[in-house]
Design a protein around this ligand. Structure first.
Ligand code: NAI
Ligand code: HPV
Length: 530
């Protein structure tokens, strides 16, 4: 039974499938301190959060069973990704569910700003009928600068056009072609700050976006412009903004997010007559909260059940078409890695993965993660997984080299794993996925073989002399080890040879030792692929 902790207010309807899953129990405990979370997180396989819970390295380290942290929303800046990746915890988010809602909030803020709605409301309900102080401006005919043209920024631009605004947009990934298609003008940050009547930011907070709008930008802004931040506190320099308003450059600002949330009681935004604020409500609609909770619950279930999943933040994204192509090979890759690692006796220094044939035209990185996981599982057990396998290899000074070739080498697809060790040992194993026959090993060292990659196997290196197969069969039979299949490969008659056996059960140590001591046998190793 998996246990999931929900530590922020998340829609009940959205997490229904998680609550109804027969193999999951869900506990809801909101408002916990770091220490309180540290004390209980060890019991949980999954953690679901929004933006209130700060998931610190201390919490992640205490989560010894933790497999997944699900963020019911977009921004994962409250989750320590480095600690999660190190520990092999998958972090997923729900990037699509609150796009429209947040876009609509940004728009609502822009309109409220243009027409002083919060200030006018406050005065009216206080009993003052003041029609003179709140002269607004129209959006029509104005220039809107959009910084960050991702999901939300693009939707804001779309709506702004309907209001008769012209749009200047900047995003490092916005091409001239896409800008044209969206009927926005591709601009630089400098163009935007100099020419926009309104600016809205829709980027994550990164070292590049922190204080993206600060004193130097305010200095060249159009007098009387207005600015909106429904993305992340810190993208616009808060103190520089107050100065720019007070000096008459900026006519007003609307903020949903703050550098520190909640802001201190004496934060200048909270009392400034030209700044309107909301308490990080961008994603707070019934629809968005259901959407993000549904999306994240679905993925958390997949991860707990070891099924393929999407939207992992600490694993590079993979296009669905690439994923469809790679997915059938994940098992093969992991087993080949595991097989190869059980052939070596000394510390691995390099893992060389070669892809040939069909797989050469896609980005095979996700598959490499499975192979490396397979190799490292021998040393790290279940602590190695596809999230941290590359990281683990790096921290252990294991070099991972990938080569690809479109040549088919006799198989539609061929994965080869070569391990090089500190002592100069080299072990190579290659496998393929054969329609109707599943995962097969087709090369072991320099020998061609063909055997299913499954269960318990024995690899025997021997000299090609008559009678050896008989000796091996007899010894295993005497020890009640049944042989399911056998393959023999040799380079030249009478030379080195390899015997690959699939057996029905684990082979006792003493039987392996006995096998190794038989005449003409150089070594016998058991490989477990279970
Ligand atoms: N106020 C709220 O409740 C909510 C806030 N958000 C925040 O809104 C922001 C945008 O969310 P989405 O549109 O879903 O994300 P997204 O990932 O689709 O878009 C972000 C865009 O910012 C661009 N970007 C990155 N660095 C940039 C730079 N230096 N200059 C210009 N553009 C840059 C990226 O290329 C990307 O296109 C995020 O910070 C997210 O956390 C999202 C949902 C709710
Ligand atoms: O999704 C995001 O990035 C948000 O900022 C929404 O935050 P919330 O889930 O409302 O705490």
């Amino acid at each position: 039974m998996f246990k999931v902790l929900v530590s922020d207010p998340i829609s009940d309807l959205g997490i229904q499938q998680l609550m109804e899953a027969a193999d999951v129990t869900v506990d809801k405990k909101t408002g916990l301190s770091e220490d309180e979370l540290v004390a209980i997180i060890g019991d949980y396989d999954g953690l679901l959060v929004r933006s209130q819970t700060t998931v610190t390295p201390k919490i992640i380290e205490a989560g010894s069973k933790l497999k997944v942290i699900g963020r019911a929303g977009v921004g994962v800046d409250n989750i320590n990704l480095e600690a999660a990746t190190k520990q092999g915890v998958v972090v997923i988010n729900a990037p699509d569910g609150n796009t429209i809602t947040t876009c609509e909030h940004a728009f609502a803020m822009m309109m409220a700003l243009a027409r002083h709605i919060p200030q006018a409301y406050a005065k009216t309900v206080s009993g003052v009928w003041d029609r003179k102080s709140f002269l607004g401006v129209e959006l029509r005919g104005k220039t809107l600068g959009v910084l960050g043209m991702g999901r939300i920024g693009s939707e804001v631009a779309k709506r702004a056009k309907a209001f008769g605004m012209s749009i200047l947009a900047f995003d490092p990934f916005l091409t001239e072609e896409r800008a044209e298609k969206m009927e926005v003008k591709l601009a630089t940050v400098d163009d935007i700050v100099r020419n926009a009547d309104f600016i809205t930011v829709h980027t994550p907070l990164t070292p590049q976006t922190r204080n993206m709008i600060s004193r130097p930008q305010f200095e060249v802004m159009k007098k009387g412009m207005r600015i909106v931040n429904c993305a992340r506190g810190g993208v616009i320099d808060e103190l520089a903004l107050v100065e720019a308003i007070d000096s008459g450059i900026v006519a007003g600002a609307a903020f949903d997010v703050f550098e520190k949330e909640p802001p201190q009681a004496d934060h200048p935004f909270l009392t400034h007559p030209k700044i309107i604020v909301t308490p990080h409500l961008g994603a707070s609609t019934v629809e968005a909260q259901e959407n993000v909770a549904i999306d994240v619950s679905e993925q958390v279930l997949h991860i707990l059940r070891n099924e393929p999943f999407i939207n992992a933040v600490n694993i590079p994204p993979v296009a669905p078409s690439v994923m469809n192509k790679l997915q059938p090979y994940f098992n093969l890759g992991e087993k080949l890695g595991s097989f190869a690692s059980q052939l070596v006796d000394t510390a691995i220094r390099e893992i060389v993965v070669s892809y040939a044939g069909d797989l050469s035209d896609v980005d095979t990185q996700p598959l490499t993660r499975y192979i490396v996981k397979g190799v490292l599982t021998r040393y790290f057990g279940s602590d190695a997984n596809i999230v941290n396998s590359m990281h683990l290899a790096k921290t252990r000074d294991v070099n991972v080299v990938v080569t690809t070739s479109s040549k088919t080498q006799g198989f539609t697809n061929l994965l080869t794993v070569l391990l090089k060790t500190e002592e100069g040992e080299e072990r190579v194993v290659a496998g393929t996925l054969l329609q109707g026959y599943g995962e097969r090993i087709v090369q072991l060292g320099k020998f061609s073989v063909d055997i299913a990659l499954e269960g318990h196997q024995i690899v025997i290196s021997h000299n090609d002399k008559p009678g050896i197969i008989g000796h091996v069969g007899t010894l295993l039979g005497q020890n009640d080890v049944n042989i399911a299949s056998m393959q023999v490969g040799r380079s030249t008659a009478g030379g080195n040879a390899i015997m690959l056996l699939t057996v029905d059960r684990e082979v006792p140590e003493e039987v392996l030792a006995h096998l190794s001591s038989l005449p003409e046998i150089n070594s016998a190793k058991e490989i477990a692929l279970v």
